[in-house]
Design a binder for this molecule. Structure first.
Ligand code: ADP
Length: 269
């Protein structure tokens, strides 16, 4: 965090010894669609933050909690992230927040952070959440100036909170974020799909039926494609490669030749 260069292998130990969060405050939030693994990410932020001596805050209910402030922003302890590593969803809550898309909403959020001296923000979310975080970072100094003009904060607060550092952790089951090998939640989602396919296969075989399985993904076919490969599906429909005209006939022809077929769609969002 805070612009520290990544350590070389032999320097790793020294790097961690020298890493200090003394006097810093970090806040962590989960935003947008939930993904298995978000809790593990929250836990890692809290425990590492406390380990290096920083004050760590939860922001409950995503950006909504940051805009509303109050009890939504609470200090975290080492124990407050116990027993959540394996739990799905996000225990600190997620939300979609219209207000944060507005300048007024982001101004309120900045005020809530400055009041607590939080200048390090870890956002665990998808494309939208991370776009919002980046916008907030870019606007930060302008927001502080506005708060100063409105008399809500003083010059000392502007000076001591002058830069907002953000870290984005990609929480998305779609594995659709450039530069990230595997996004948080993708592996668990694939695992769950294969469990479901295994369960369906026995019924398909018993009744010589064809099953159609729809998976999540909206505009991204990653889950459909990879799980179709893993379970040997006969057909896969993905948005990146829409079917050609007349696909209905060729699919019916193929299905009349084989039984026990599982097919995939990923139009669900
Ligand atoms: P995801 O992060 O899973 O892609 P959304 O696209 O719904 O989910 O974004 C989650 C939240 O992030 C939104 O409800 C909104 O508060 C914030 N957000 C998304 N896009 C923007 C944006 N362009 N500017 C500001 N905030 C945004």
């Amino acid at each position: 965090m805070a612009g520290a260069a990544p350590p070389k292998r032999q320097d790793t130990r020294k790097f961690f010894e020298n890493l200090s969060g003394e006097g810093k405050s970090i806040a962590v939030l989960t935003s947008g669609g939930d993904a298995q693994g978000m809790n593990a990410a929250v836990r890692a932020v809290v425990r590492m933050g406390i380990y290096v001596g920083a004050k760590v805050y939860f922001i409950h209910e995503g950006y909504q909690g940051m805009v509303d402030g109050g009890d939504n922003i609470k200090e975290a302890t080492w124990e407050s992230v116990s027993s959540m590593l394996q739990v799905g969803g996000t225990v600190i809550g997620s939300a979609r927040c219209k207000e944060f898309r507005t300048h007024e909403g982001r101004l309120k959020a900045a005020h809530n952070l400055v009041q607590r001296g939080i200048t390090n923000l870890c956002v665990i979310g998808g494309d939208g959440s991370l776009t919002g975080a980046n916008l907030f970072r870019e606007e930060w100094s302008g927001l502080l100036d506005e708060l100063l003009q409105q008399g809500l904060i003083n010059e000392e607060a502007v000076r001591s909170n002058s830069v907002l550092h953000i870290v984005g952790m990609v929480g998305s089951i779609d594995n659709d974020f450039c530069g990230t090998d595997m996004t948080i939640g993708t592996d668990s989602a694939l695992h769950r799909i294969i469990e479901v396919v295994d369960a369906i296969m026995t019924t398909a075989q018993s009744h010589q039926r064809t099953f159609v399985l729809e998976v999540m993904g909206r505009h991204c076919g990653y889950l459909a494609l990879v799980s179709a490969l893993a379970c040997g599906a006969d057909w896969v429909f993905i948005p990146e490669m829409p079917p050609e005209d007349g696909w209905e006939d060729s699919m019916c022809q193929k299905l009349s030749e084989v039984t026990h077929t599982t097919q995939y769609f990923n139009t669900h969002s």
